[in-house]
Design a protein around this ligand. Structure first.
Ligand code: ADP
Ligand code: MG
Ligand code: MG
Length: 902
């Protein structure tokens, strides 16, 4: 910093000196104004004060040395170029002072228009506009209003109130009906409001206005709402904003003037065409503020053909130049078009894919770039069912799309009621002002969650995302009254039992049940829509980009699937094997009884008998999965959870025993179970007798599973199929554990497999930190590693996931201890480092060691990039995440600039 504050450091750039790649320094708005200037487009002249100047101001509390002089010099040269002086009483130069950070922060920071007007120059302005008093006084009242609000923190409502009063005195709703005298009166009223709140007169010195406005823009960076927005959007807090000083052009000069906004394609669907709004005789914000009704941009074609044609030409030029969808702001001053802003426009997930595909067709970008332009989060959004919205349904409120999905259900206000109604099989939407850890059960029971407060990192948002549940948070138009069991919105009252629908992607809230339609993208993945033969631009674009991603990626993508049906669906989604087949469900349902026998076994032979009865059941399960995966690798995890999880809960057993005793029935079995539950109770089941420890403690358990796997594989081979089982031992922390299991397993495999040609690999999960740190040793006994990043995160952080997410993660996110839950996206620095160490040391000990990941991170976009970087062979994720992982694995290659394909 110190070096930057020397006198010759450059803090101010003329628009002709910048370009679009200088966003860090000039902010997005400034960089793009410069780019348009250099393209020769009609941009009103001006200059940009850099983000560095803002940073210096914010850290030291004063303008850095040299800044004042540079502003002076640039202002002088602007005055020379325009042939006018700032605020000159006879012919004033007026400017706008506009914030503009590197990342667009819509509505978060401020702009002041018409700087340079005062009691004298307003007269000069009118004269120059051909004695247009109305225009001049309208401009002046806008200055006092914006300056008061933005620079001096005068409450904006007071100005609006004064405006409304004048309008109602005239009996009109339209500010165009106000004449010059009305506006002159309004200026007086505004000045009074100004001095009442600031204790001073409205500043008449143009230079003072300019300096104060610049300072206010600097300070707006740290305004509360800007700070909140940055936290939510994970924009670094120290970037600062640039300030743009732009010669004013006037859309409020009369009916031949106006102002508008436009997109070069439809940002909702991606469709080609002209999308925009225009408002005649208006300035700046009027278009978006909804003061008067705008007209579709096409109508400008009738109002002012020449400007319209010029605008379309410029829009086409901008698209070609930026090679992307652009949005723009423009103003027409008496038939002369001026460009006030452009940027690469925001768009929906669907539009992102469609536009990327179109741009490839148009030859503007190649497929690598198209792949770069979309992402897995967008694809995931497109895979949720959507509301089928016709005009019948209008949102009554819009909050933050905190966790995607579309959910309709009966409104409830308490967790208890949510649980009750859900138990009756009803869909419920839990509505709260905000949720807290006590609401957890209700959130689990609900189909969706709606809150009137809180953002993307609120308790409701964090927990809902963790559960994959639809959530809209911070819908602040909704007034929730929990004791009265109702909320009001848009003048309507909604009580318990009424139905609402919430869209966790758009944040929109609807009254009544909105019909839901399945995602076309899922239909395509499932094979029921043929991309070559249907006329759906989205499906075609997805198909094309996915095909390219598959060709690019190095990582294979497998799925976590426990049943044949899951496996089949995941294959349709593109899974290339199973990375995690859990076996615990094979001990549930009517097999529970066998597990109870196993646990209670005392007499010789009882345990063996229970295991022998389980063996054919497990074998049949594996046969089905091997058949579905037909030659693709299947990683089967030996039983992992503590066995007491298979027993009924303590309270229930205690009641059973008491009731049976009362009735004089035989309670021997119940009592034995109760005793077992008490004996097996663990304070920390997550760290107790589970995983490999079970295999080492309970004779025959793992052996039975290994035999079932091997026999299923052999039977598959005998039937002409191919099975590629990989036996995975969970929770290993020391090589000795694995060696012991391995020695026993190898004997069984050799015996079962014989000369059938079946090959069975044996490997381990790496999910205990000690395993990661001794991976070199463990690799001696493992043919593959699969990182269990859920447990590795739990144990790496010392978090019990079920306890921490609901209890305090929202606070950690708020404090910035992490930017995203480490269960959602891998913690690169900590848990990721364990993965890196284990991958490196494992491969060093055993070249060719197969490496994969089977935690939920396998389907998280950012984590997939990390696993690509550390050189894993595959990721495995839930079936629905498989397409996301394929896409991101391809993007990882494109983004690291690699061209390696498989
Ligand atoms: P935001 O980032 O909120 O869009 P802007 O700085 O773009 O804020 O300005 C707010 C409004 O004022 C926009 O409609 C913009 O087009 C208009 N505006 C800004 N500068 C000028 C100017 N020099 N002449 C005319 N209108 C302007
Ligand atoms: Mg703007
Ligand atoms: Mg685990």
């Amino acid at each position: 910093m110190a070096a930057q504050e020397t006198v010759d450091h450059k803090y101010v750039y003329d628009f002709s000196e910048g370009n679009k790649d200088l966003k860090d320094l000039l902010g997005g708005k400034g960089a793009n104004l410069a780019e348009m200037t250099n393209l020769g487009l009609p941009v009103p002249p001006g200059f940009t004060i850099t983000t560095e100047a803002c940073q210096a101001y914010l850290t030291t509390g004063r303008q850095p040395d040299g800044l004042a002089g540079q502003i002076e010099a640039h202002l002088e040269s602007l005055e020379r170029a325009m042939g006018k002086r700032l605020g000159d009483p006879r012919d004033p130069l007026l400017v706008s002072v506009r914030s503009g950070a590197k990342f667009s922060m819509p509505g978060m920071m401020e702009t002041v228009l018409n700087v340079g007007l005062n009691d004298q120059s307003v007269v000069g302005l009118s004269a120059q506009a051909g004695q247009n008093d109305r225009f001049a006084w309208d401009s002046y009242r806008r200055l006092i209003q914006m300056f008061g609000k933005t620079v001096c923190e005068v409450p904006g409502e007071e100005f609006e109130h004064a405006l409304d009063e004048i309008k109602s005195a005239k009996g009109t709703h339209d500010d165009l009906d106000l004449d010059a005298d009305d506006l002159r009166g309004l200026v007086d009223a505004y000045k009074k409001i100004f001095s009442k709140h600031t204790g001073r007169e409205f500043p008449q010195q143009p230079r003072e206005q300019l300096d104060l406005a610049i300072r206010a823009v600097f300070e707006s960076w740290n305004a509360e709402r800007a700070v909140l927005y940055r936290r939510q959007e994970r924009i670094p807090a120290d970037l600062g904003t640039a300030v743009n000083v732009v010669t004013m052009v006037f859309g409020n000069l009369g009916p031949d003037s106006g102002t508008g906004v436009a997109f070069t394609r439809d940002p909702a669907s991606g469709a080609q065409g002209i999308y925009g709004d225009y408002l005649a005789n208006a300035q700046g914000e009027d278009v978006v503020a909804g003061i008067r009704n705008t007209v579709p941009l096409q109508e400008l074609g009738q109002l002012d053909r020449a400007s319209y044609d010029e605008l379309l030409g410029i829009m086409a030029r901008l698209e070609e130049h930026y090679k992307d969808l652009c949005d723009i702001e423009f103003t027409i001053e008496r038939g002369k078009l001026w460009m006030l802003q452009t940027r690469v426009g925001k768009r929906t997930a669907a539009a992102a894919f469609v536009i990327a595909g179109q741009l490839v067709d148009e030859g503007l970008i190649d497929l690598d770039e198209a792949l770069h332009r979309v992402n897995g989060a967008q694809l995931a959004q497109l895979m949720f069912p959507r509301f089928q919205l016709d005009h019948e349904f209008q949102p009554v409120a819009t909050g933050i799309g905190a966790s995607p999905g579309a959910a309709s259900g009966t409104v409830v206000f308490t967790s208890a009621r949510a649980v009750e109604l859900a138990a009756e099989g009803r869909s419920v939407i839990l509505v709260r002002r905000e949720t807290n850890p006590d609401d957890l059960n209700g959130m689990i029971a609900a189909k969706g969650i709606l809150t009137s407060r809180g953002g993307k990192t609120s308790h409701a948002a964090v927990v809902a995302r963790g559960m994959g549940k639809t959530c809209v948070s911070g819908a602040d138009d909704i007034d929730v009254n929990v004791p009265a069991k109702r909320f009001t919105v848009a003048g309507q009252t909604v009580g318990e039992g009424d139905v609402v629908s919430i869209d966790g992607t758009t944040g929109k809230v609807y009254l009544g049940e909105v019909p839901v339609m399945p995602s076309e993208v899922v239909q395509y993945f499932e094979g029921s829509l043929d991309p070559e033969h249907i006329d759906n631009p989205l499906v075609r674009a997805v198909h094309r980009i996915m095909t390219h991603a598959d060709g690019k990626r190095r990582l294979a993508v497998r799925t976590n699937a426990d049943t044949g049906a899951d496996a089949a669906r995941a294959r349709r989604f593109g899974a290339e094997g199973i990375g995690l087949c859990r076996t615990e469900h094979m001990f549930l349902g009517d097999r529970r009884e066998l597990v109870e026998r196993l646990i209670l076994a005392r007499a010789p032979g009882e345990r063996e008998a229970a295991l022998a009865a389980l063996l054919p059941l497990q074998r049949a399960d594996f046969e089905e999965i091997f058949r579905e995966m037909d030659g693709l690798p299947v990683t089967v995890r030996l039983i992992d959870p503590p066995l007491h999880e298979f027993l009924p809960p303590l309270e229930q057993l205690a009641v059973n025993v008491a009731v049976a005793q009362e009735r004089g029935e035989d309670v021997a079995k119940e009592e034995a179970l109760l005793a077992a539950v008490r004996r097996m109770h663990e304070e920390n089941p997550m760290l107790g007798l589970r995983g490999v420890r079970l295999g080492l403690v309970i004779p025959g358990l793992f052996a039975m599973q290994v035999r079932a796997i091997a026999e299923a594989a052999v039977s598959c081979a005998r039937g002409g199929g191919v099975a590629k089982p990989e036996i995975m031992v969970p929770l290993v922390g020391a090589v000795q554990e694995l060696e012991t299991v391995r020695a026993e397993a190898e004997k069984i495999i050799a015996e079962v497999v014989g000369d059938s040609g079946v090959e069975v690999l044996i490997g381990t999960m790496i999910e205990v930190p000690r395993a990661a740190l001794t991976a070199g040793q463990i690799a001696e006994a493992a043919e593959f590693f699969s990182f269990g990043t859920n447990d590795l995160t739990q144990m790496g952080w010392g978090f019990s996931r079920d306890d921490v997410e609901g209890a305090f993660f929202w606070r950690y996110l708020e404090l910035g201890i992490f930017g995203i839950s480490p269960f959602e996206s891998i913690d690169r620095d900590g848990v990721g480092r364990l993965v890196r160490i284990a991958a490196e040391e494992g491969r060093a000990a055993r070249p060719g060691l197969k490496l994969g990941v089977c935690g939920e991170h396998g389907g998280d976009p950012d984590s997939v990039h990390f696993f690509h970087e550390v050189g894993l062979d595959y990721v495995s994720c839930s079936p629905f995440r498989v397409p996301v992982a394929r896409l991101e694995a391809g993007r990882a290659v494109v983004e690291t600039g690699g061209s390696d394909s498989r």
